[in-house]
Design a protein around this ligand. Sequence first.
Ligand SMILES: NC(=O)c1ccc[n+]([C@@H]2O[C@H](COP(=O)([O-])OP(=O)(O)OC[C@H]3O[C@@H](n4cnc5c(N)ncnc54)[C@H](OP(=O)(O)O)[C@@H]3O)[C@@H](O)[C@H]2O)c1
Length: 283
Amino acid sequence: MDSTEPSLAGSPPDSDPARLWRTILDLRHGRPGSGSAKPPTAGDIRAGIGSGDGESLLLCDLYLPLCAAAPRGRYAVAHLGQSLDGRIATLCGASQWVTGPEDILHNHRMRALSDAVLVGAGTVRHDDPKLTVRLCEGRNPVRVVVDTNRRLDGSQGVFHDGAAPTLLLCAHDLARPGERVGTAEVVGLPRCGAGLDPAGILALLADRGLGFVFIEGGGVTVSRFLQAGCLDRLQVTVAPLILGSGRPSFTLPEIETIDGGLRPRSRHFVLGADILFDCDLRG
Ligand SMILES: NC(=O)c1ccc[n+]([C@@H]2O[C@H](COP(=O)([O-])OP(=O)(O)OC[C@H]3O[C@@H](n4cnc5c(N)ncnc54)[C@H](OP(=O)(O)O)[C@@H]3O)[C@@H](O)[C@H]2O)c1
């Protein structure tokens, strides 16, 4: 951690997990009225918990680097929870739950740190997820659904519950000016191959002040962002589960030799019975 990293005016580092999480949120989003007191940096916060307990160390080691990186501009993190054999759901789309409660909590924490949470149409069709922050303290991010061809019928809760601002991104030829689906704003983007350009999606969100984007699935969506080189970080939680068939985590162009694969610098964290691999794709 260096002196240019984000800093937080106010209270000293605290190793109580709930207060520590609040400190991390403040560091990420800022705390109004924090005054001119010399703020602790992310490094101060980490040093302040010392050897700490397991939960405090996890909070610092997993999330503080994200706070340090995100304010520099656009930042895109994708997450998938997969079985040992690389499946995120059964073939008919059932995915609850591949990973355990600790990984679900991790998803909620990532939402709370993010400006926007983005999912593909397949995930909304199968899961109708709320995409809100419920298992930890934090504000709801803007919700973004990518549905290039308007395959969703608009009945899903995410378009009607009003829990957070919501965008429906589709091909520009399928969006009418000022159109809404429920409470969601419909935004058209140029077509790019089979879908929408991931870089164009991130640029549109950044123009709206949504720089930190959490891409929460499914596999097709994460693969498109990965293939386009649009991810800064990729988090894959692996559960000790074998499905033997099902929807794959990643679908990328075929390669012939092992060295053609991606082998990013990664850290790993134990989340209950699962292992989270946190990969730095810019390292
Ligand atoms: N275990 C997990 O971590 C996890 C997480 C999320 C979801 N899931 C499960 O995964 C399944 C859904 O995943 P999935 O891979 O089948 O589908 P998905 O990624 O949720 O959605 C795929 C669709 O979204 C649209 N899309 C995504 N990115 C796009 C882009 N850059 N440009 C244009 N369109 C884009 C495409 O629609 P068009 O084909 O119309 O272009 C695409 O077919 C569900 O069963 C869900 O329960 C699991």
